[in-house]
Design a protein around this ligand. Structure first.
Ligand code: BGP
Length: 475
């Protein structure tokens, strides 16, 4: 009973939020580099404010982040000390193809990740690799319009072919696109989309989604051909949408919102567009240009497992229902009056984690992998340098208990669990450093000051014990 043997405990990061060194090793510029900290961040991530290069007067946290590019050996050693079985990280696309459309990859970038994977292996850590975690080369945005253009499928195929060939035998688990449904919420960050005045934003987002879905299926095919041992997963920003009340209009609203997210996994896991999506596109006059080849590729290359991030559930109210609205991982909705919220207003709902896990399992019947979960919170450093982050321990304990119940009592099949940001890193949503998720503290503030020194928080030893006991001792 309890967690299965070999359960993959660990932590997850994204290249742009931790590597820094944006202009080293032959790396090209990407969308994630030019997203500033500060009040304009949202408009840029949403594609409403065109910023395709650095502009004066802004601070760009991804340029240096926590400089993991130069600290990865030290950082991986700390992960190993906690007993990590897996480490989820992402590839910076522009380290491999600086412009995105070159014929030949950049050897320096390939060597960097090879070294990093070998470092993981040295410590008995299985790498779990996100092929793109929000990054898209700036050149592909300027030249082709980002993922709205089908040509991106070809460039992505080139990227994955290089990666799978090079890291065959080193990397078994791959995720094609981080939080693929983010296209509909933060389209510049999710798919390199910038909108011109008067454009049909929704049509472009679904076009980009289609192109990514097809690219994802191609990646699955290519991976299995290169190495049948490779396991490919999709990645959803999950969190079941609750109806605000039992008013049928609210229940229906929640159903539609859930379908908006399930759409992506329905295609990636079941292999075709669900009817509700076809009808939606038809009603909205959207033609994504599905070819016969697309249909075949999607049908024949479904994912091996379903991965997802979970921070909170959501809550939907019909437009005619009076309800207070709230924030939460780029998805706004009705405020759930039964939940406490984090310092950033995200609902805290461990039981919702169990509900979300069950919903995904019931729907797809494929192994699940939780690849992000955690609490973004401000930490205070005591005079002796220690950090008592009991709030983080509480959050994680409750969520791990909920996941355990899903496995033990509901019989869900699950491969592993990686907490978000095991080491403090730049927040994707706000660009802040002060929104911390880590077991490891990094001396760095929101304006980029600090020594970058790493230190252990109280949660470090706690998570170490959780892993050592395979989730049995959560005290
Ligand atoms: C997810 C992203 C991550 C991560 C996390 C926490 O949406 O996949 O990149 O950052 O959310 O969000 P934030 O950084 O905004 O707190």
């Amino acid at each position: 009973m309890g967690f299965p043997e070999g359960f993959l405990w660990g932590g997850a990061t994204a290249a742009n939020q931790c590597e820094g060194a944006y202009n080293e090793g032959g790396r090209g510029l990407a969308n994630v580099d030019v997203i500033p900290h500060g009040p304009e961040r949202y408009a840029v991530t949403a594609g409403l404010r065109r910023m395709l290069d650095f502009e004066d007067g802004y601070y760009y946290p991804a340029q240096t982040a926590i400089d993991m590019y130069h600290h990865y050996k030290e950082d991986i050693a700390l992960f190993a000390e906690m007993g990590f079985k897996t480490y989820r990280l992402s590839i910076g696309w522009t380290r491999i193809f600086p412009n995105g459309d070159e014929e030949e990859p950049n050897e320096e970038g390939l060597a960097f990740y090879e070294d990093l994977f070998r470092e993981c292996k040295k410590h008995g850590i299985e790498p779990l690799v996100t092929i793109t975690h929000f990054d898209c080369p700036i050149h592909l945005i300027k030249e082709y319009g980002g993922w709205r253009n089908r040509k991106l499928i070809e460039f992505y195929k080139r990227l994955v072919t290089v990666l799978f060939n090079r890291y065959k035998g080193l990397v078994k688990y791959w995720l094609t696109f981080n939080e693929i449904n983010m296209i509909l919420h933060l389209p510049f960050m999710g798919a390199g989309l910038v909108f011109d005045e008067g454009e049909d934003r929704e049509a472009i987002e679904y076009q980009a989604a289609h192109n990514e879905l097809v690219a994802s299926a191609w990646a699955t095919k290519i991976a299995h051909e290169i190495d049948p041992e490779m396991k490919i997963g999709c990645m959803l920003a999950a969190g079941t949408v609750y109806p605000y009340s039992c008013r049928p209009e609210d229940v229906r609203e929640a159903q539609v919102k859930n379908q908006e997210n399930y759409f992506f996994v329905d295609v990636q896991s079941r292999g075709s567009y669900p009817n509700y999506a076809k009808k939606f596109l038809e009603r909205h006059g959207i033609d994504v240009g599905m070819t016969e080849e697309d249909e075949r590729i999607l049908a024949e290359n479904t994912v091996d497992f379903i991965s997802f991030s979970y921070y909170n559930t959501r809550c939907a109210a019909a437009p005619t229902t009076e309800a207070e609205r709230t924030e939460g991982n780029a998805f706004s909705g009705a405020k759930n009056p039964y939940l406490k919220v984090s310092e950033w207003g995200w609902g805290i709902d461990p039981l919702g984690f169990r509900i979300t896990i069950n919903d995904l399992w019931d729907r797809y019947q494929k192994p699940l992998f939780v690849v992000e979960n955690g609490l973004g919170a401000k930490d205070e450093v005591n005079p002796d340098g220690s950090i008592d982050d009991d709030y983080r321990i509480d959050y994680l304990r409750q969520h791990i208990e909920a996941m355990k119940a899903a496995i033990e009592e509901d019989g869900v099949e699950m491969l592993g669990y990686t907490t978000w940001g095991p080491i403090d890193l730049v927040s994707a949503g706000t660009g802040e450093m002060s929104k911390r998720y880590g077991f490891i503290y990094v001396d760095r503030d929101d304006a980029g000051n600090g020594t970058l020194a790493r230190s252990k928080k109280k949660s470090f030893d706690w998570y170490k014990k959780v892993i050592a006991t395979n989730g049995e001792d959560l005290a």
